[in-house]
Structures are given as C-alpha cells and as structure tokens.
Design a protein around this ligand. Structure first.
Ligand code: F6P
Length: 476
C-alpha cells in the first residue's frame, strides 16, 4: 500500500508516539508494537518519541538513536517538569478523563496546558530534521494531538496522519478542555484523522462544525479552509491467528497446569485490565458480588481472577483507585468467601502474554466491562484464545469500542447496572455449548478480517498520496 513511489522515491514511514517500544533482548513487545514495527519494516523508517527517561535539562537537538534493520528508533528525554506537566498533567489529568467522559475526575491547570503544547513543539523541533520530503508521518494518540500543526509550522508539507486510540466524546463533553479550540485546530492540520469507531468520527465532525472550523462532505471528507482532510474510523484489531495459536499451545505451559490444578473444577471468570478508572473495576466487582448474592448455591463453585497491573500510579486519581479496589476486593472476599474458598483472586502484577492467552482459554467467562474504552483489545484476545469446540462467553460493556464489532456474539451489558451484569454472568455460565459456538463464530468472523495488520494497512492506504501525486509531494 505504500513504500517507494513509482519514481523509486524513498517514501519511508515515520511513526510517532509518546512511548517508543525499542526492541530489547529478552523482552516481548505488545501486539500493537509488533504491528507498528511490521509497518516500519516494510518501508524502512523511524519510530520517534519519549525515551521514558528524565533529566534536569534538555538540549533542544539531542536524540538517542538505535538502528534495528531498516528501522531507526529515535527518542528524546524530557525534564522531570515536562513529564509532570505534559504527561502526568495535561495528558493524563485533563485529556484522559475528559475523553473517557469523566469530567468529575479531570483537573485543569494553565501551566500543564501550556506544557502540553510546549512539549509537542519540542517533539516537532527534534523530529522535523529527520523527515524526508516524501516520508509519511503517522502520529499516535492523545499525548500528541498538536504535533502535526507544530510540524506544519516548521514548514513540513508531507502527508501527516493521526490516530486516536481512545474515545473522542461529543462537543458537550470535550469542549470543557482548556485549549479545546487549539486541539481541534491541531487535529485539522492532519491529512487523515482516524478514530476507533464511527461514533467518535461523528463526535469529532460535530466539534469541527460547531466551532466553525470545518464542513463535512458526503464523501466522508471534511473541508477545512482551503484543504480537505479525511476523517474516518479504523477499528484496531489483533493478530487473530497468532493469538489463537499461542492459546492453543498454552496447554503445555506450566502456568496453565498450575492454574487448572488450583481451580479444582470450579468455573473460571476472568478480567484483565490496566488499573484505570475507565475500566469499571469497582462496578465489575459489585456485579460479581450481586451474582453471588443472587446465586448462593454457586459459592465455592466459581472463581473470578482479576489481573490488574498498576498503571500511572503517580497520578493521584490512580493511586486512590488502587487503594479503593484493594479494599473492595478484601471486603468482598471477607464477606462472601469461606475458609476453603476465595471468591476473587486479585493480582496487580504484569503477567506474560502467553500465560494470559492460556488463562483466557481456560476461562468460562471473560468480563470486559469498561465504563468507557476506545476499543479494548482484551475483549478481542479473549475471543481469539478460545477453544473452538468449547468456547467461553464474552461479557462486554456497551461502552467499549469493541462492542460495535462484537455485539453479534458477546453478551452486551451496561456496566453501571450490577443486577443486569450479574444476570449476564448467570446466563453465560448456563449457556449451551451450541449457543456458545455460534456466538464465538460470529465474533471470529469479524476478528479474522479486522486484524491489526489490516488496521495499519488501511490507515496507511488512506494516508498515502494518490498515484498522480506520488512523484510530486503536495505542498498544501
Ligand atoms: O490506551 C491508551 C494507552 O496510551 C495505550 O496505548 C497504552 O498501552 C496505555 O495507554 C498505557 O499508558 P501509559 O503509557 O500512560 O502507561
């Protein structure tokens, strides 16, 4: 879909994200990192972003670079202050909660807002010199919304695309953000703006129109001044076959054997989420407790494993949630458990990917009940991990982006409704094998086509210049 143009020109891909997955010996990269690397491998290119390190002062031109095959990993350090204000501050205390419809948890602060735009300028300054005239630039996620505009300010006329991994709410919610108009102008500076779902696209187009920044056309493009941009949904997927194979092979893992032995025939429910208030952990635990209250005969016959690696602990709202969930799990186990039965097994550690796929496969029920989620790849990996002959049931929040694709096979719930979710747990545990297989097939049909490779290929196809523009890069 892209690569050297007809003239043999050197069209590389430049991926930009806040965190960069520099391959490290012995470490296994996540699915998205593997996919983006595959995209970079096919054309050669650069993956640019924050190194994850801080230092007291940053030289405006310094970079760490590492060459791995045709891919250059280029990273910059940030000052501690920048990390506090740009990453922990505006990105994760303003943008993240607002984009997840949590105005109540958002905190706005002028210094942090300014730092957000300033760090994006710093990224643009460091990146601009690395970009060749026909390179495609693909910017990822909420930390870097203004980067495209900052690159344009430095004279870049390349095709630049942006993909938002998290939800984009309607103007009634998102307009509360400080710098709202500037964010929209930043997004309008890209050639392609991609979202997870059509719902996010609709919201964004309404934002542009209500602010008088753009007009949508019937062909799905948006006219912004004298430019035309493409705004579309590109639902992110997984390596469906790879996950299925990994889960199939998990039978041989010692972790699988240990887990099976510990279950002693109990039915398994599983939840896997970063420790984040968007994931609906408290509501999920309440639903499980409601299930046990409604079905006391099932006590001792089910086990709920919740794996929740700690995340963004330096942000106060996350530290508070860590305490709340730990307390709630302790209380639920204390009140509902027995001397020979622990209702909830709760882990706050990272678990290797292969082990997770094995755990998904042995689970009867996958609980994916976020209060709001851009997509949620756990839902997809849970489905792809199942034994085709005897698959488990996915209970999925209507507020996860994945619900748009998986509603035909999952049990869709309102995660705020503990009684309704408890009923879904009961239904899932009683579902006939025939119905489970049918539902699973419906979901797999989607997952087999909407793979992670299809995702990046579709996005880059939209971003690549039309054939007749290839030899002469546009100068919009
Ligand atoms: O969902 C958004 C996201 O940025 C993911 O891409 C990433 O895996 C996750 O959040 C981790 O967040 P952080 O970089 O803040 O640890």
């Amino acid at each position: 879909v892209f690569g050297p143009g007809p003239s043999g020109g050197n069209q590389r891909l430049i991926v930009v994200s806040n965190r960069v997955s520099v391959p490290r010996a012995g470490a296994s990269a996540g699915g998205l990192a593997v996919a983006l690397e595959a995209a970079l491998q096919s054309s050669g290119g650069i993956w640019f972003g924050w190194s994850g390190e801080t230092r007291t002062a940053i030289d405006a031109d310094s970079l760490h670079t590492q060459q791995v095959g045709p891919v250059t990993f280029a990273t910059t350090d940030l000052t501690r202050r920048d990390v506090e204000d740009y990453y922990l501050g505006y990105s994760n205390r303003a943008l993240w909660p607002v984009c997840h419809y949590r105005l109540d948890l958002s905190r706005f602060n002028e210094r942090e807002t300014q730092a957000y735009f300033r760090v994006n300028d710093l990224f643009a300054r460091k990146l601009a010199g690395l970009v060749g005239p026909s390179d495609l630039v693909w910017v990822h996620d909420y930390h870097l919304i203004p980067l495209g505009a900052a690159l344009r300010d430095r004279g870049l006329t390349n095709r630049i695309g942006f993909f938002l991994h998290i939800p984009w709410p309607p103007p009634e919610v998102v307009s509360a953000l400080p710098g709202y108009r500037r964010l929209l102008q930043g997004l309008a500076a890209y050639d392609v703006v991609g979202f997870q779902t059509e719902r996010d696209v609709e919201h964004f187009v309404r934002c542009l129109e209500e602010e008088g920044l753009g007009t949508s056309e019937d062909d799905g493009t948006v006219v912004v001044g004298d430019r035309r941009i493409e705004v579309a949904s590109f639902p992110i997927g997984i390596d469906t076959e790879g996950v299925a194979e990994m889960a199939d092979k998990s039978v041989g893992l010692s972790s699988t054997r240990r887990m099976l032995a510990s279950l002693e025939g109990k039915r398994l429910l599983i939840g896997v989420d970063r420790l984040d208030y968007s994931k609906g952990l408290r509501e999920r635990i309440r639903s499980y407790v409601a299930y046990l209250a409604a079905h006391p005969e099932e006590k001792g016959r089910v086990s709920y494993l919740q794996i929740t690696p700690k995340s963004r602990s330096e942000v106060p709202e996350y530290a508070e949630l860590e305490r709340e969930v730990a307390t709630q799990v302790g209380e639920a186990n204390g009140a509902c458990g027995d001397f020979d039965w622990t209702p909830i097994r709760y882990l706050t550690q990272n678990v290797p990917h292969a082990t997770l796929m094995g755990l998904y496969r042995m689970a009867d029920v996958g609980l994916v009940t976020p209060l709001r989620d851009g997509m949620n790849l756990v839902a997809k990996e849970f489905v792809a991990s199942q034994d085709p002959q005897d698959p488990g049931v996915l209970i999925l929040s209507r507020y996860a982006g994945a619900a748009f694709e998986l509603e035909g096979g999952a049990l869709i719930v309102n995660p705020y409704d503990a009684v309704g979710t408890a009923e879904a747990i009961d239904r899932a545990l009683r579902m006939s094998r025939g119905e489970r297989r049918e539902r699973w097939e419906t979901m797999m049909d989607v997952l087999r086509t909407h793979t992670v490779n299809a995702w990046w290929q579709n996005f880059l196809a939209a971003l690549s210049p039309a054939e007749d523009e290839r030899s002469a890069p546009s100068s919009s």
